[in-house]
Design a protein around this ligand. Structure first.
Ligand SMILES: Cc1ncc(COP(=O)(O)O)c(C=O)c1O
Length: 406
């Protein structure tokens, strides 16, 4: 049973007011709020269990190392990765994808080699590939979304040619909410001998993930969207790909020995984790993932599916709102524009006066904005604690904005 009142009570910030109104937090796509168990774990880690990890032989260092390293196993369980050594801990998806770009792709790709991307990728899954285009002459091949915002897996597979070296695709669009059949894409790409990177920043938040079933080579997550601390995250890397990778950032922890003559690297995955990591952030992420798994990812998906259906019905009922992206089975993420030329920033400012937090702008998805022919949208993105009443509050606030701008 999904006890929404109890779940909401777990998140202290949800009971605060904003501009004299109860907070309606619909900016989960940007970053999610944190349950008390995560806040407590962070406090405890600093107050009672803090030291640097992997280095000392003293009690606190061992304790912190134990807590930190346990998170690798939690993430492996959360992603159904099987072996926890497939998990590289980091600060989030941006770092994870850059590791793949610098550590795996850069030494292997040559001028004329291609990377296939969907047009709805987040900049974190675009800019590192543009670096390869600028520096090495790699070619980016873009696959458009359909009119309803869906991505046809076959079109992605068809875009793979003899020069394609990687497919990099999101599992869930942070703008349209479109859920992508990354398993079908992976099967098609692998049949052509091409590895697949999945950006799981949004996907892992909204649905159960099984990276072994998807079969992808890389799967990146970011902790702050998963109800955990910012500055935490991980990337799953298939052992075959990890064996091909060279380290990206050099420093302490990723080595076994350093001498004037050379270095001996640490074993993977630590070979790819240089310097003092986000110790407490990672510990907090572990607690957040345990929290989500205790609620049940299927239950979260089911609850958010009800919110999606209700929000879709209410928003499409407003004939002056244009909802971008209506793909079947999408996540509860709604980007929209308003007729009457009100800018997304103006709409979000009015909503804020009513305590409703949404995001306005390009959502770090420039190519998608170009494809849609808009410069900005408002985005309401729902999370595991949101309610149908909050959908109503959003619609009431939009009606007010429409009255003001119409
Ligand atoms: C789909 C997607 N990919 C990547 C990112 C980047 O995540 P981070 O900034 O946490 O590295 C985001 C964050 O908005 C996202 O929504």
């Amino acid at each position: 049973m999904y006890d929404l009142d109890k779940i909401r009570a777990d998140f202290p910030i949800l009971s605060r007011e904003v501009n004299g109104k109860p907070l309606t937090y619909l900016d989960n796509g940007a970053s999610a709020q944190k349950p008390q168990v995560v806040i407590d774990a962070i406090t405890k880690a600093y107050a009672e269990e803090y030291s640097n990890v992997h280095r000392g032989l003293h009690f606190l260092s061992n304790l912190a190392t134990e807590k930190y390293e346990a998170v690798r196993g939690i993430i492996a369980r959360f992603l159904n990765a099987g072996d926890e050594n497939t998990i590289v801990l980091n600060s989030g998806t941006t770092e994870g994808i850059n590791l793949v770009a610098y550590g795996w792709a850069m030494p292997r790709f040559e001028a004329g080699d291609e990377i296939v991307l969907s047009v709805m990728e987040h900049h974190a899954n675009i800019v590192p590939w543009h670096f390869l285009r600028e520096r090495q002459g790699v070619v980016l091949k873009w696959v458009d979304t359909e009119a309803d915002g869906s991505l046809d897996p076959q079109k992605v597979i068809d875009a793979i040619g003899p020069k394609t070296k990687l497919v990099a695709v999101t599992q869930c669009s942070n703008v349209l909410g479109t859920v992508v059949d990354v398993k079908a894409i992976t099967q098609g790409a692998h049949a052509k001998g091409v590895p697949v990177l999945v950006d799981g920043s949004q996907g892992a938040v909204h649905m159960p993930v099984n990276v072994q079933d998807i079969g992808c080579d890389f799967y990146a997550i970011t902790g702050h969207k998963l109800y955990g601390p910012s500055g935490s995250g991980a990337i799953y890397i298939k052992p075959e790909r990890m064996a091909e990778m060279r380290p990206f950032i050099g420093g302490g922890d990723m080595i076994k020995e350093v001498s004037k003559e050379g270095i001996i690297y640490n074993d993977p995955p630590m070979k790819f984790e240089a310097g003092t990591p986000g110790i407490v952030q990672t510990i907090g992420l572990g607690v957040a993932l345990e929290y989500m798994m205790a609620l049940g990812m299927d239950n979260i998906a089911k609850h958010e599916g009800c919110l999606r259906d209700y929000a879709m019905q209410r928003l499409t009922g407003l004939n002056w709102i244009n909802v971008q992206g209506q793909a079947p089975g999408k996540a509860a993420i709604f980007s929209f524009t308003m007729e009457g030329a009100a800018h997304a920033h103006d709409i979000s400012t009015i909503l804020d006066k009513k305590g409703v937090a949404v995001r306005a702008g390009h959502h770090c998805a420039g190519p998608l904005m170009d494809h849609l022919g808009v410069s900005a949208t408002c985005r309401a993105s729902f999370g595991l604690y949101n309610t149908k009443e909050e959908v109503d509050t959003l619609v009431d606030a939009l009606e007010l904005a429409h009255e003001l701008f119409a």
